[in-house]
Design a binder for this molecule. Structure first.
Ligand code: NAP
Length: 304
């Protein structure tokens, strides 16, 4: 019987683990792959306090992991396949075993949304990518498209200019969602061409991406662009399938919590990108991870 099982190893999970392990609780963190989450895809984190020159997502997570492990946090690479959650009993089944715990912290994060258009799935890994930081260097001196208009799409378009000859930043409206600072930077980049009011219809190619079919949503005009890469950066969706039907979710599938990070089930907490909220950042994730761990500890003190 564990005190706390943390599910998911991004910044929220690692912080919850750090606090739990430091409080000398019997806590483990389960992570399907290696700890890090989405931040591993971020080339440079510029807005996490304490790093005036920025820090790579990889290094930031590596430091968080070392810090938690210094307090003996146990991290296991196991995929959680099923949960049994009730006020009285909490069971976590992984691909390897079943475990009981008094409290659970859900830090399962979010994943990149898909466009759902022809060619996207077929050409994923062969020109269609969801991570510019991971795949950008493969497109040296080539033309690529970035789909989206939020902070991620704009930030990653700027990053791509280091390698590619041209970025078509394709947005479905005539105004970017990204913050002004990023908009100004993108507008000042010679290699970025903004394509407004446009959606992709098809991604075409045989062994790799060759062409994208686009539609102007105002004029209805359909055009084609020859290019080698399509980066789909249109936001994220919650990794909450495991708790669907048990834990209360908002209309988009994100977990609803109170301000102690508690869900509708006593002893079940959530933190980070999987939580219903307005701002998804490393800085918000770590604060919530700390709060969830603290709340779980308080819950355990009253646990019979
Ligand atoms: P986001 O803010 O949800 O933006 C998604 C963008 O994709 C929007 O411009 C949206 O268009 C567009 N989009 C959505 N579905 C689409 C579809 N089916 N077809 C075409 N376009 C579509 O997502 P995000 O940029 O990944 O950012 C997520 C969160 O992380 C935000 O809170 C953001 O501030 C944060 N973030 C922060 C930083 C930073 O501070 N350095 C960096 C990256 C991300 P509409 O605008 O028309 O809805």
């Amino acid at each position: 019987m564990y005190d706390i099982i943390i599910i998911g190893g991004g910044p929220a999970g690692l912080t919850a683990g750090l606090y739990g392990a430091r409080a000398r609780l019997n806590v483990i963190m389960l992570e399907r792959l290696s700890p890090g989450g989405q931040i591993l895809n971020t080339d440079l984190v510029e807005n996490y306090p304490g790093f005036p020159d920025g820090i790579s997502g990889f290094e930031l997570v590596d430091r968080m992991r070392s810090q938690a492990e210094n307090f003996d946090l146990v991290i296991q690479n196991e995929e959680v396949v099923e949960l049994e959650l009730s006020p009285e009993k909490k069971v976590v089944a992984t691909n390897k075993k079943r475990m009981e715990t008094r409290a659970i912290i859900l830090t399962c994060g979010a994943t990149q949304k898909k466009l759902g258009i022809e060619g996207e799935t077929l050409l994923t890994g062969r020109g269609v990518s969801y991570c510019a930081t991971c795949d950008g260097p493969f497109y040296r001196d080539q033309e690529v498209a970035v789909i989206g208009g939020g902070d991620t799409a704009v930030e990653e378009s700027i990053f791509l200019t280091r390698f590619v000859s041209k970025v078509y930043l394709i947005h479905r409206r005539d105004k970017l969602r990204a913050i002004k600072l990023l908009q100004d930077r993108a507008m000042g980049e010679e290699k970025i061409e903004l394509v407004w009011d446009t959606i992709p219809l098809k991604i075409l190619g045989k062994d790799g991406v060759e062409e994208i079919e686009l539609k102007n949503v105002k004029s209805g005009e359909v055009t084609h662009k020859q290019l080698k890469g399509v980066f789909v950066l249109i936001g994220t969706q919650a990794n909450s399938d495991l708790v669907k039907g048990m834990v209360e979710l908002d209309k988009d599938g994100f977990i609803i919590t109170d301000n102690t990070m508690g869900t509708n089930i006593p002893g079940v907490f959530a933190a980070g990108d999987v939580r219903s909220k307005s701002l998804r950042q490393v800085s918000t994730a770590v604060g919530e991870g700390a709060a969830a761990s603290f709340s779980a500890e308080k819950y355990l003190e009253g646990f019979q």
